[in-house]
Write a protein that binds this ligand. Structure first.
Ligand code: 5GP
Ligand code: ZN
Length: 117
């Protein structure tokens, strides 16, 4: 059922404590942890504890939790003292999504180019 933990999902395993992660923030509905392969001095992933395959699916099913994810992204940026930062939701494999459990990348601490690659 939508929202339920998936046995084969890496991020559900992190939520469940079955795979370790460097957690920087946690709320009732979200977990934020450092990306294992950082692309910037700050690279933190904010995920909902519930399983949805991408950010849009989360927005449709549980919009308040998507708002929690985005608010937590801002709290991560504040904790890391970032004036400017990027919040990225890669959606679909062609856009670089590799883990199909909704997550926001919070990237900062270096200059950012536009358009993105
Ligand atoms: P995506 O490519 O789906 O937008 O982002 C998935 C992110 O998860 C990647 O940036 C990747 O480095 C990160 N990642 C993959 N496996 C792990 C892991 O086991 N632990 C952590 N902390 N990050 C991971
Ligand atoms: Zn999951």
């Amino acid at each position: 059922m939508a929202g339920e933990a998936q046995d084969d999902c890496l991020f559900c395993k992190i939520v469940g404590g079955k795979i370790p992660a460097t957690v920087v923030r946690e709320t009732e509905t979200t977990v934020a942890f450092r990306d294992i392969n950082p692309q910037a001095p700050t690279h933190v992933l904010v995920i909902p504890k519930v399983h949805h395959p991408d950010a849009v699916s989360l927005a449709v099913a549980e919009p308040a939790i998507l708002a929690d994810v985005v608010r937590e992204a801002g709290e991560v940026a504040a904790d890391e003292k970032l004036d400017s930062y990027r919040i990225v939701f890669n959606t679909g494999s062609g856009a670089g999504q590799t883990v199909f459990h909704a997550h926001a990348h919070v990237l900062g601490g270096r200059g950012m180019q536009w358009p993105p690659g």
